[in-house]
Ligand binder design. Structure first.
Ligand code: OFO
Length: 162
């Protein structure tokens, strides 16, 4: 059975993942309003991924005899700047999430909670992947610049995300 301390920490992480989903949905809405449907599509896929992360923790808590406690989800920003600024914001956010996953892992080590350590290794790898993807997009946006033609090219590329 999972400890109360670990359960509470995972419940906080569920809130972080749901906020991430909400944040990316707010970014999707911003891009839809700007007629950048490929950028918006990328953000919607990311928002779904974040919800899946929350659900992975949710299922895990019940597998370990724990339970989920939902908290209020913070309001995401409504105004965003240029596409590259948005992706820089995504990367900053993911680096913050990486820190909270690392803290959870440290707690699991301290508590000698091996199943949680194994679950969190999946999340540690996932964070490597997310930071890599965001950095790649930022680099491409800064190489291409933000002329209308460049943005159309990026919009097409981001529309391909599965
Ligand atoms: Fe759940 O990885 Fe992003 O936030």
């Amino acid at each position: 059975m999972i400890s109360k301390t670990m359960q509470d920490a995972i419940n906080n992480q569920i809130n972080e993942e749901l906020y991430s989903s909400y944040l990316y949905l707010a970014m999707a809405a911003h891009f839809d309003a700007e007629n950048l449907s490929g950028f918006a599509h990328w953000m919607k896929v990311q928002a779904e991924e974040e919800r899946a992360h929350a659900m992975k923790f949710y299922g895990y808590l019940y597998d370990r005899g724990g339970s989920v406690a939902f908290k209020a989800i913070a309001q995401p920003p409504a105004k965003f700047k240029s596409p590259i600024d948005v992706f820089k914001q995504v990367l900053d956010h993911e680096m913050k999430i990486t820190k909270s996953i690392t803290k959870l892992y440290e707690l699991a080590v301290k508590e000698k909670d091996y199943p949680s350590q194994i679950l969190l290794q999946w999340f540690i790898n996932e964070q490597v992947e997310e930071e890599k993807n965001d950095t790649e997009i930022i680099n491409q946006l800064s190489m291409l610049g933000e002329s209308p033609v460049s943005l159309m090219m990026m919009d097409r590329r981001l529309a391909e995300r599965k």
